[in-house]
Design a protein around this ligand. Structure first.
Ligand SMILES: Cc1cc2nc3c(=O)[nH]c(=O)nc-3n(C[C@H](O)[C@H](O)[C@H](O)COP(=O)(O)OP(=O)(O)OC[C@H]3O[C@@H](n4cnc5c(N)ncnc54)[C@H](O)[C@@H]3O)c2cc1C
Length: 310
């Protein structure tokens, strides 16, 4: 059975429910599939995009004119306090696995959407935790050499919302990871995860399709010195001192502003939500408005956390 499909809409593979079609879509369930998929993409001379859970992507209205590969390796196993997880596993399945096995270390990720592969790629983090904290080893497939590579945590070059995989810009497909956790109490782990989920439900506009925070928070060290006094009271650790971008957007008077079907969320202004059949261009217009207004008011150039696909 062929696993490649042609001219497939990416709308339902995007948490934003935005985006045109992929020329080709290939869902890989095993390492062998990944290697076969890449051979096929090369034979068809297509550019390649790696799709995880689609929770951090703004896909162009024209779609992706190439080969989208979705590494859907969904397995998990445990050896003592270490777990080996397929990159396509959702973070919520990973958390259920840790609760079931009384393993502590991922509580910060309660309510974090997306897959293990996407979280490693962008070193996802929240509540002062980051995926890198538990990484022991990451296994990936190099698209150029068509070989599997294993890296320890140091070799993954994790930084704030970044990793070697992001720096190499899609040259490698993450296939699985080994995490080192610690034995803990079933109840405590479960309660901590549920607390984070509740916290998100209260503060994030989850009633609309969205991709989380559009912009990175601003490193205090990069904030104009003359303006620091105005924002000192909102500085938080994430995982180093930052000024929440949501605050800057609210102070720039942009809460609730809409363009087409997209809206700057009044509940959490760093979220631009798909309020009603938004297009990628609607979202881009608001991104550009936010950047120019925040620069005008605070002298800061915001950096996108969301990844553009075109
Ligand atoms: C409601 C909401 C809340 C969020 N909160 C947070 C938060 O608190 N902290 C945070 O850091 N993020 C947050 N996000 C953003 C997002 O969930 C994370 O960035 C997530 O880790 C992305 O994973 P994904 O599988 O959806 O990746 P995708 O969005 O599919 O892809 C993101 C990038 O990762 C690459 N990628 C994906 N899988 C692989 C793979 N297997 N191999 C190589 N590259 C790959 C893609 O090519 C793309 O460049 C939030 C999003 C939403 C919708």
């Amino acid at each position: 059975m062929t696993k490649v499909k042609e001219n497939i809409s990416l709308l339902n593979l995007s948490n934003y429910k935005i985006g045109g079609p992929a020329r080709f879509l290939f869902v890989a369930k095993t390492e062998q599939d990944i290697s076969a998929g890449i051979k096929l993409a090369k034979a068809k001379r297509q550019k390649i995009f790696i799709l995880g859970g689609g929770t951090n992507l703004l896909i162009s209205d024209k779609g992706f004119p190439g080969f989208v590969i979705k590494p859907d390796l969904d397995f998990r196993s445990k050896k003592g306090e270490k777990i080996n997880i397929g990159a396509g596993t959702s973070i919520s399945d990973l958390l259920n696995f840790t609760v079931k096995n009384k393993l502590s270390g991922f509580e910060w990720a309660g309510g974090l959407p997306g897959t293990v592969g996407g979280a490693i790629y962008g070193n996802a983090g929240a509540f002062a935790g980051e995926i890198k904290d538990s990484v022991e080893l990451v296994r990936s497939f190099n698209i150029k050499t068509e070989k599997f590579v294993e890296r320890d945590k140091e070799e993954c070059n994790f930084e704030y919302r970044s990793s070697i995989f992001k720096k190499k810009r899609g040259e490698e497909i993450i296939v699985s990871a080994v995490f080192k956790l610690a034995l803990g109490s079933h109840e405590k782990i479960k309660t901590a995860i549920l607390e984070k989920i509740k916290h998100r439900e209260e503060r994030q506009p989850l009633e609309y399709p969205n991709v989380g925070s559009i912009f990175k928070n601003v490193d205090v060290r990069k904030f104009p010195k003359g303006k620091l006094g105005e924002v000192a009271h909102v500085v938080k650790k994430d995982p180093f001192p930052v000024i929440p971008t949501a605050y800057l957007i609210a102070e720039a008077g942009l809460k609730g502003i809409s363009f087409g079907g997209a809206m700057i969320s009044p509940k959490h202004p760093n979220f631009i939500v798909n309020a009603e059949n938004a297009t990628a261009n609607d979202v881009l217009a608001l991104i550009s408005l936010v950047k120019s207004e925040v620069k005008r008011k605070f002298g800061v150039i915001l950096e996108e956390e969301v990844q553009m696909v075109s």
